[in-house]
Structures are given as structure tokens and as C-alpha cells.
Design a protein around this ligand. Structure first.
Ligand code: MV4
Length: 442
């Protein structure tokens, strides 16, 4: 096992990782920016080292500073969390060069899956169902037209290095493709310094279903069931559930097996996620693989009883998976709700909910500062009930108890979603928020 682990992150996920390490008896090093000297991850870790000014570029995204800190502090492993450098293949590679274990897959796999056009090609070759569309990326309008013609309209134009909706456009006809392709390409170039695109058939109002994968370094791969992340606004996930109420057991088994095969085709090691779109006729298509621990991982932890961050660390340390697919059991229903700040400022009052099946993951404390420099997610409320109905009641009760004063949040917006009869009556698709909700951004 590792002797000391450095957390290359901040906020609630850094705290989450520190907690896992502490339970495992692994000493931790926090890195922090000048804006985070009083942040919870800084205070909670066994050691902490300042790595630069507030701006992410100068601190949490600065590979040299983080690696220097790791070497200076004698860390033999780095956990990247999510966001920041977590999907930076160069960072994973540099960790290896410095003799530090990167808690995640090999850098080559990060690079290959980070390129969605290449990931798609890998999956096609492995016989994994993908959204109908071209096998090869497109770089010019004539190439795009040809691919769209072969695919059939409507199509989705996507950036190879995209994700999160940037550089993404729907084109219902050749005319629309002509109008939109170069715009999408320009957006991709601006956002990712690369204008490689690819074309897929447009799937209208799909459900977003993702399978949690665990793979050890000896070729053993299992899945831990799925999460339904269909409740989102402007490509920001708001609510995640496990299991998905939209998926019958037979389909779950089939999609799970497909997800395991997909991870195998990618040469995957450690915790990862296979994303599918599920259409109205319950056909499913691979769209992307995420090569990191995800924000919504606690819902999977709740229904499986498996600590995913500990599993990541054990796998990285060379341990074998300690359970087989048959030993994975999904029990009850879990829901996560993300509480985001709508402004920076000082938290003047905080009261966290409690009770059976209630979990709060956050780096907030009474009197803490919410800096303006980073992601706005303040707190994840995760509930686990016997079934979806109980989980919805539980999360309403917990949201009712939660008090955050001093900074404006989306708490009231979230409460409204859980009281919505369409949400309560069953699983929703990705069109739900746009159709029924119109509250302010973020
Ligand atoms: C799609 C799609 C429809 N058809 N691809 C949005 C983010 C990116 N990761 C994939 N996304 C989508 N890809 C095809 N071919 C619709 C979406 C999409 C979406 C996907 C998951 C969750 C929410 C979404 C909201 C709008 C659009």
C-alpha cells in the first residue's frame, strides 16, 4: 500500500479522498491555492502545501508545481479527483516519470478515451453499439456533409475533444449542417485547440445512463450497475439516481455486460464510467467513457455498499478486485442532488441534515469562504431508501432541513424538482428540465 498520498484537487472531492485515506491509514498531503489556505481540505489533510495563486491555471492545473510538491513531501501516489488534471494524459504520464503512482488508468487510455471520435472508433471495432454515424472523424464541411448523408438526418455534430455540450450542434437538414458545421468547428478550436469533429444521428430526448466500472491491473473487470443522470440543465447535471427506474432487469444485465466489454476494449484499469444514451424504444448506444471518479459516484456507493475511492486506491496499489460480478448486489434506491452556489461569499450559517440513509459530501463549514475562482458545487446530498418513492421523500425531508446562509444557492430550485408530479411519477428524460423548468442559470 502507499506510504503517502497527495490529493491534486480541492473542495468536497478532496475531502472525500482524505476521508478514504484516513480510514485506510494512508497519510495525506493536500495542495492548496492562496485562496484555499482556510479551506476544509487544507485543514483536514495530515500535511498541506501551497502551490500558488488562486487562479486554477497557476495552482490546481499547474502540473510542475503539483509534482514538485509531491516529490518534496515524499508522496508515492497522487489522486486527481475530478475536473482539474484528472483527465489530463500528460499529467498521468508525468506522475509515472516522477515515480509516483497516478490513481487512475494509464495515460494512453486517458488520451484515447478523451478523444471521443477515437473512443467511438475503438467501440465500433469491438462490436459495442454506438449511435449510428460515421466511423471516421470529419475535418471539412464536404466530409461532414458526406457523413451526414450516409447517417441520415437529423444529425449531431460533435467535437472530438468535446464533452459538456461545447462544440455540439444539431442539424436537421443539409442546409442546417451548412449553417452550423463551421460554427461548431470554430467553437471546438477555441475550446479545445482542435477542430476535429464527428457526426452521429441525433437521438431526441434520450436518457443519460452511465455504468460504473471497476477494473484491476490483472484484467478483471466488473460493473456496479448504472446511474440515471437525465435531470440536467445546460449540460450541468442536477440530480442522479441509482438504479435507473427506466431500465428493466434484463436490459440492465445486457447493458452492464456491454459496459464491461467496452472497458475491456479500452484497456481500462481503475474506476471508470461508460456513458450510454437510451432512446424511447430502449435502444442504447455508447457515447463516451469517463476515465475518472465522478461527482455522482456516491449513489453507486449507496446501492452497492462499495467505497469507490478506496477501491480506486487499492487497485492503483496493485490489489486484485475482491469481488466478482455475481457478488455485486444492488439494493434500494439512491438519489443525489447537487447544491451549487449562485455567488461567492462567506457562509454565515450552515445546518446539515441527518438521519438514516442521509449523506452529505461537502467542504463547507460555518464561516467558510466560497471563493469565486472555482466550480460552484458546494454540497452533495445523497439519500438511500428502500425504493424510489422513499428516496424522494427522504431527499425532500433532508432538503427541508438543510440551511445555507450567506451565499445564494440552488436549494429551492432543487426542492421544486422533487415535488414535480412528472418527476415523482417515474423516470424522466433529458428533455424534462427544459420542458418544465425555467429558473435562472446554474
Ligand atoms: C447526443 C444527444 C443526442 N444525440 N448525441 C450532451 C453532452 C454529451 N456528453 C452528449 N450529449 C448528447 N449527445 C446524439 N447523437 C443528446 C445529448 C444531450 C444530453 C446527453 C446526456 C445528458 C443530457 C443531455 C442534454 C442534452 C443533449
Amino acid at each position: 500500500m502507499f506510504h503517502k498520498l497527495l490529493i491534486a484537487n480541492r473542495g468536497e472531492i478532496a475531502v472525500r479522498i482524505i476521508r478514504a485515506c484516513r480510514e485506510m491509514g494512508i497519510p495525506t498531503v493536500a495542495v492548496y491555492s492562496e485562496a484555499d489556505s482556510e479551506s476544509l481540505h487544507t485543514l483536514l489533510a495530515d500535511e498541506a502545501i501551497c502551490i500558488g495563486p488562486a487562479k486554477s491555471q497557476d495552482s490546481y492545473l499547474n502540473m510542475e508545481r503539483i509534482l514538485s510538491a509531491a516529490v518534496a513531501m515524499g508522496a508515492d501516489a497522487i489522486h486527481p479527483g475530478f475536473g482539474f488534471l484528472s483527465e489530463n494524459s500528460r499529467f498521468a504520464e508525468l506522475c509515472g516519470i516522477c515515480g509516483i503512482k497516478f490513481v487512475g488508468p494509464d495515460s494512453g487510455v486517458i488520451a484515447r478515451m478523451g478523444n471521443k471520435a477515437e473512443a467511438r472508433k475503438t467501440m465500433i471495432k469491438a462490436g459495442i453499439p454506438v449511435v449510428p454515424g460515421g466511423m471516421e472523424p470529419v475535418r471539412t464541411l464536404p466530409e461532414a456533409k458526406k457523413a451526414a448523408e450516409e447517417t441520415g438526418y437529423p444529425v449531431m455534430i460533435k467535437a472530438a475533444l468535446g464533452g459538456g455540450g461545447k462544440g455540439m450542434r444539431v442539424a436537421g437538414s443539409e442546409k442546417e449542417l451548412e449553417a452550423e458545421f463551421l460554427n461548431a468547428q470554430r467553437e471546438a478550436l477555441k475550446g479545445f485547440s482542435d477542430d476535429t469533429m464527428y457526426i452521429e444521428r441525433y437521438v431526441e430526448n434520450p436518457r443519460h445512463i452511465e455504468f460504473q466500472i471497476l477494473a484491476d491491473e490483472y484484467g478483471n473487470i466488473i460493473h456496479l450497475g448504472e446511474r440515471d443522470c437525465s435531470v440536467q440543465k445546460n449540460h450541468q447535471k442536477l440530480i442522479e439516481e441509482a438504479p435507473s427506474a427506466a431500465i428493466p432487469d434484463t436490459l440492465r444485465r445486457e447493458m452492464g455486460e456491454t459496459a464491461v466489454r467496452a472497458a475491456g476494449a479500452a484497456g481500462y484499469k481503475n474506476a471508470g464510467t461508460i456513458e450510454f444514451l437510451l432512446d424511447k424504444d430502449n435502444r442504447y448506444y455508447f457515447i463516451e467513457m469517463n476515465t475518472r471518479i465522478q461527482v455522482e459516484h456516491p449513489v453507486t456507493e449507496a446501492v452497492t455498499g462499495i467505497d469507490l475511492v478506496k477501491a480506486q486506491i487499492r487497485i492503483a496499489a496493485g490489489e486484485r478486485l475482491s469481488l466478482t460480478q455475481d457478488e455485486v448486489e444492488i439494493s434500494g434506491h439512491a438519489i443525489e442532488c447537487r447544491i451549487n452556489a449562485k455567488m461567492a461569499g462567506k457562509v454565515t450559517n450552515l445546518l446539515a441534515p441527518g438521519g438514516m440513509g442521509i449523506r452529505v459530501d461537502s467542504a463547507m463549514y460555518n464561516g467558510c469562504q466560497v471563493p469565486p475562482w472555482y466550480d460552484a458545487m458546494l454540497l452533495k446530498l445523497v439519500v438511500h431508501g428502500e425504493d424510489r418513492e422513499e428516496a424522494i421523500r427522504k431527499i425532500q425531508c433532508a432538503l427541508g432541513e438543510l440551511v445555507i446562509e450567506g451565499v445564494e444557492t440552488n436549494l429551492d430550485d432543487q426542492y421544486e424538482i422533487f415535488t414535480h408530479p412528472v418527476y415523482q411519477s417515474g423516470p424522466v428524460d433529458t428533455g424534462f428540465m427544459e420542458k418544465y423548468f425555467n429558473f435562472g442559470r446554474k
